[in-house]
Design a binder for this molecule. Structure first.
Ligand code: G6P
Ligand code: MG
Length: 220
């Protein structure tokens, strides 16, 4: 059977959290707010706007709308200076193997990301052509944990949500996949992603047999 395999981008296909961290850290510092790695973890899967809101909240800062928008633009400018240098070698281990296997089985593939930079990043790492549908931060009204991003991806793939599988590294993303009635596969720590149907440390732990079992409805 045809299943829709939906991939989150940041933390699943590439590790951009380190660049988000550097850019947010610098920005937070410019307004006198400290920003830690632990806080950065909590921004995984969270939109740019909601991320800045949280950082200001943590730092007890309020800004005018104008200043808020200026800072969002600055952060993205800085973030893109890192993205600029990304190449194929930043694709996480065994991601191409899984994508290529699913493509060889003619399974529809989609991207479901909160990032407004998803297109740029996929292009940088040369994965743009692998996906039949791309839903990113530009195409949704409500961010994860709302299921909108994944439901839109299913719609574009012309598949029912319960025939879709989501790979996610963020708690909010797993919640979004569950809310969409999809199989959720967490990529990362079991303790963080405890709501996922399955959790793997990374794609090297996912066997082709496991993917076969999904396609043959042994896993649902
Ligand atoms: C992903 C990342 C988040 C990031 C969000 C928006 O979900 O995990 O850390 O804030 O995308 O990214 P953007 O590229 O639009 O700023
Ligand atoms: Mg992610």
């Amino acid at each position: 059977t045809k299943k829709g395999f939906i991939f989150d981008l940041d933390g699943v296909i590439v590790d951009t959290a380190k660049y988000h961290f550097l850019a947010w850290k610098k920005l937070a510092k410019s307004v006198g707010v400290d920003f830690t790695k632990i806080q950065n973890e909590q921004l995984k899967g969270v939109s740019r706007k909601n991320s800045l809101e949280k950082i200001l909240e943590w730092g007890n800062k309020t800004l005018s709308e104008e200043e808020f928008n200026r800072l969002m633009a600055l952060k993205n400018e800085d973030y893109l200076s890192y993205v600029e240098n990304m190449k194929e070698d930043e694709i996480l281990p065994d991601v191409p193997k899984v994508l290529n296997y699913l493509m060889s089985k003619e399974q529809p593939l989609a991207l479901g990301s909160a990032s407004k930079n998803a297109h740029t990043i996929l292009d940088k790492v040369n994965l743009l052509e692998k996906f039949d549908a791309i839903v990113d931060g530009n195409g949704v009204k409500k961010g994860k944990p709302d299921p909108e991003v994944f439901l839109n991806a299913a719609k574009l793939l012309k598949l029912n949500p319960d025939d879709c599988i989501v790979f996610e590294d963020a708690k909010a993303g797993v919640e979004a996949a569950n809310a969409a009635n999809m199989i959720s596969i967490g990529i990362g720590e079991k303790s963080v992603l405890d709501e996922a149907d399955y959790v793997f440390k990374d794609f090297t732990e996912i066997s082709l047999e496991f993917l076969d079992d999904i396609m043959s409805n042994k896993i649902s």
